[in-house]
Design a binder for this molecule. Sequence first.
Ligand code: HEC
Ligand code: HEC
Ligand code: HEC
Length: 451
Amino acid sequence: MNQINQRRPQANWYRDAFDGMARRAKGVLLSVTCSIVMIAGVSAQERSEKQFSKYVDSKGNISLPEEFETTFVHLGSIAVAPKTGADVTELHATYTRAEDVKAFQKDGHFADGAILVKEVRSAKGEDLPTGHTRFAADVKIWFVMVKDGTGRFKDNDLWGDGWGWALFNANDRTKQVATDYRTDCRTCHVPAKGNDWIYTQCYPSLKKIDAKSKADVSTSETSPTKDLVARFPQWKEAIHLKGDLAKGRKYFESKTINTSLTCASCHSFDVRDTMSLDGDGLVRSGFPIFAAAHRTDIKHSGTGLVALGANVCVVHFMKGEPPGMTPQELADMNQFLQSGGNAKHATAKNVDYAHLKWTIPETLSGGDAKKGGALVMQTCISCHSVDGKNARVLDAAGKIGGGSFAAADLKKLALRIRNPEYKNNDEMPGYSDIRLSNQALLDILAWLTTK
Ligand code: HEC
Ligand code: HEC
Ligand code: HEC
């Protein structure tokens, strides 16, 4: 064994990452057992998609729930008039399952497999003893959305952005007629993007959080989905606020909490980002987050709640007072993070938490100082001025120069660069070995200690 295991950082989210892995491992065992019991002629793929939703077949075809009028709950109605002051001509009624409302009330988002049916009817009316009324007449059309938390059916044009999307005309409730959700649906749902594409403001019952489900959330040990939400109770308020993209961006670029670090000193947010190189040519300690809103495993929690992932950094790295951002700041940050790339962008990929390591090699000498100098210009210069060149993102960390440290400091330096919890390293982020390989670390050490 040629690696020394460093003390693992103490912050909760790292611990949770490992708990999460343990849970996942149990899940695997469970499904292995199931497949032994259920040896039938169906492939694993088909079976798992069948289990996912009874309204979605193995290819991702969505059906209009046969029985929704009698078994679903009415989430809310929208009366639509062609212009201000005119009579209402359409009534839109949205239905879902009771379990989907309950899950939303707990943690503010639709669970995997949640289904929404919007029925559009024309409106007619009479003057009744109550007043000038309008009520529902013939069905015109049904819209259906099915929540997809894991990015299924990648080649199907009716699946994407975390949902399956479908449309049925009144004359045939068995025939799905939409062809591409991007043009048929998404353009119109953009104003609701910050609320996972759903016009949640139209449905007051989504806001009701009863005492029982509150308790469920705070004592939840088992569901990783609820962990981030349980840790940050302000999220429940934040999801009902309108976020301000510009304020979120400002926070990302310039706000510091109790350390000198901004989000931008550790993450890039740039259309040119890849998972290995930041769009501006630097390599920061955190991965780029341009399309992180499309990741499904933020902070290894099994959810896509990207703003809560950011809030973990506020408390952990920026030393903000728990629970971190205010509800309004969280809503603004969410709006900003949702404005990044689409699900196909290079940074929409989940961070490989299982393989992040903060270990240093046993032998610290032998690096290439010249290569090390170039690496420092790509990594450390985001916060430090290097050999007289100004820091590029945040000038808050002082100067470092080639050959300015003694060889006796090698170990201290290595620990400082790798490990965020090392005690003399309060303000400086640690580079995991995915962001900075051991060879790169040795090269940097050579540069720092070679006159
Ligand atoms: C003309 C713009 C427009 C188009 C096109 C559109 N939607 Fe919507 N949709 C809305 C609006 C606005 C609401 C909420 C208010 C309302 O119904 O008037 C809504 C509501 C919904 C709802 C109820 C949940 C919610 O967000 O309120 C579903 C389900 C839905 N749409 C699905 C679809 C699907 C699937 C498609 C594509 C086949 C689609 N929509 C196309 C504008 C649109
Ligand atoms: C000191 C460095 C540092 C600072 C400051 C920082 N982060 Fe992070 N952040 C990290 C590291 C390290 C991770 C773990 C995963 C990785 O390497 O990207 C992370 C993870 C994340 C994630 C989750 C990524 C995922 O897919 O799990 C998001 C989102 C995020 N940060 C956003 C922010 C935002 C927004 C801010 C400012 C409020 C911020 N971070 C401040 C270092 C930092
Ligand atoms: C996100 C900002 C940031 C990045 C990137 C960064 N540092 Fe730092 N670094 C700091 C801060 C802030 C301090 C001062 C506070 C402290 O000592 O913890 C510091 C301190 C140091 C010190 C101690 C200086 C001294 O004189 O004692 C060294 C050495 C150092 N950094 C090396 C590096 C190297 C090498 C890299 C690149 C691999 C790097 N840093 C990347 C923020 C950063």
